[in-house]
Design a protein around this ligand. Structure first.
Ligand SMILES: Cc1cc2nc3c(=O)[nH]c(=O)nc-3n(C[C@H](O)[C@H](O)[C@H](O)COP(=O)(O)OP(=O)(O)OC[C@H]3O[C@@H](n4cnc5c(N)ncnc54)[C@H](O)[C@@H]3O)c2cc1C
Length: 406
């Protein structure tokens, strides 16, 4: 079964039976869709099968579309890439030789597998009745979750407590406030998103939150309970918050398709290879080992870029295509929060050193070992774009930024 990372040298071209090439992609989200599309567009000579019980969906619209009522759950679906097949089944395990076991009992024996099974919400870190059918304490990861939260809110209003002020928590707070919902945002950190965006942008974002919604920073949750018609949140300092629903926005954990004992992200090398021959992983299920540091990113564009990179590695390893080189974290994301446009590029870790781009501007530049690896800005998309473009040009060997032990 899929285990820890052991780099493999790739499969020589001569071993491949050109008549039976088959690639299986596990998951049709950002990474899986992009891996399949890249394979087909780059001339993969055989079949490409995407296995996903839910079909292809765009998770970024769960809060922006379904929670707000602008879209139905069906409208999150998108067609699979032209030239690929969708198998609506669930992968239960991937064996040592790459054989894929399906929940339906079927087995596939492909030449290459890309695991792109995404993530699950990180469970609540406090005592809660989340997970019971009548619970009003819910994650916000799927269309189901969004519909459940919507059903708990009275038309055009209501109150929601959001537990966690990361990107999804912050954006959702803004979306609900726009919809007339009374929002309280609770964060354990005194400056949420400091590590991801840098202090200049994080503090400006916090100011925007405080202007529009109730905010409790530097507080943790002691207990969350569902009463007959409300969620009751007890904070560590003794304050009690009551709302129609509480959203647990504590980020995500990697979701492995295999039901075995292995847990956590799948570690891959810089070409997105797992330790199993012919098996690759991409997107939020993967943790990329870059010279000793494992980096897991959960953003749409980065997942799509990883999927494409895994496909290019397959074409290189199996068919002698061009070597795609090491994966570089060269993607960005944007989000509209309280009417301001947050844009960011690159990847920041808790070791990133942030500085303000110019005095007075909410633009942060993150450096690792002296080189720019992350940029973030509020209402400064062109500045962020220009800084990102020049940083991207400089990062000719991005993996050299993360030497062993750093
Ligand atoms: C509410 C919300 C809003 C977001 N907004 C943004 C945003 O604005 N910008 C941004 O950059 N990111 C956003 N994100 C994050 C973004 O959605 C993810 O980073 C991205 O979807 C990750 O892509 P992925 O391919 O790794 O996983 P996913 O897109 O989640 O896809 C994983 C797929 O694998 C399938 N799968 C799981 N297990 C199996 C199995 N055993 N067999 C077969 N298939 C399986 C699932 O059904 C799913 O379709 C948001 C996330 C959430 C929850």
């Amino acid at each position: 079964m899929l285990d820890n990372h052991i780099p493999h040298p790739g499969i020589p071209h001569t071993e491949v039976d050109m008549s039976s090439e088959h690639a299986v992609i596990v998951g049709a989200g950002a990474a899986g869709w992009s891996a399949a599309d890249t394979l087909v567009r780059s001339g993969w000579p055989g079949r490409v099968t995407i296995v996903d019980p839910a079909g292809a969906t765009n998770r970024t619209l769960v809060n922006k579309g379904v929670l707000t009522g602008l879209l139905t759950r069906e409208q999150l679906s998108r067609p699979v890439p032209t030239g690929t097949d969708l198998l609506q089944d669930e992968v239960e395990a991937i064996e040592e030789d790459g054989t894929v076991q399906l929940r339906s009992g079927g087995r596939l024996a492909p030449d290459a597998v890309v695991i792109a099974s995404g993530s699950v919400p990180r469970p609540a870190s406090f005592e809660a009745d989340a997970g019971t059918p009548r619970s009003r304490i819910l994650p916000l990861h799927s269309a189901d979750d969004a519909e459940r939260v919507r059903r708990l809110l009275p038309q055009g209003g209501g109150r929601v407590v959001i537990l966690g002020a990361g990107l999804v928590g912050s954006e959702t707070a803004s979306l609900l406030a726009d919809a007339g919902v009374g929002v309280t945002l609770v964060a354990r950190s005194s400056l949420p998103l400091r590590d991801q965006l840098g202090p200049a942008v994080a503090s400006e974002l916090l100011r925007r939150h405080r202007d529009r919604i109730r905010v409790r920073t530097g507080r943790s949750v002691a207990r969350a309970t569902t009463r007959s018609s409300s969620a009751v949140i007890e904070l560590s300092d003794g304050e009690t918050l009551e709302a129609d629903a509480a959203i647990v926005a504590h980020g995500t954990l990697a979701h492995r398709p295999a039901s075995g004992s292995d847990q956590g992200a799948i570690t891959v090398d810089a070409r997105l290879r797992t330790g199993l021959r012919g098996v690759y992983a991409a997107g939020s299920v993967a943790s990329i080992l870059a010279r000793g540091t494992a980096i897991r990113v959960d953003h749409w564009d980065d997942a799509a870029a990883q999927g494409a990179h895994a496909a290019r590695s397959i074409l290189h390893d199996l068919l002698g295509g061009a070597d795609p080189g090491d994966y570089g974290f060269d993607s960005g994301f944007s989000s509209r929060i309280h009417g301001s446009m947050l844009t960011a590029w690159g990847v920041a870790t808790d070791r990133t050193e942030w500085s303000r781009h110019v005095e007075g501007a909410a633009v942060g530049v993150g450096r690792h070992l002296g080189r720019v690896t992350a940029v973030a800005g509020l209402d400064a998309p062109l500045v962020v774009r220009d800084l990102a473009t020049s940083a991207s040009r400089d990062l000719r060997d991005p993996m050299s930024l993360y030497p062993t032990g750093v």
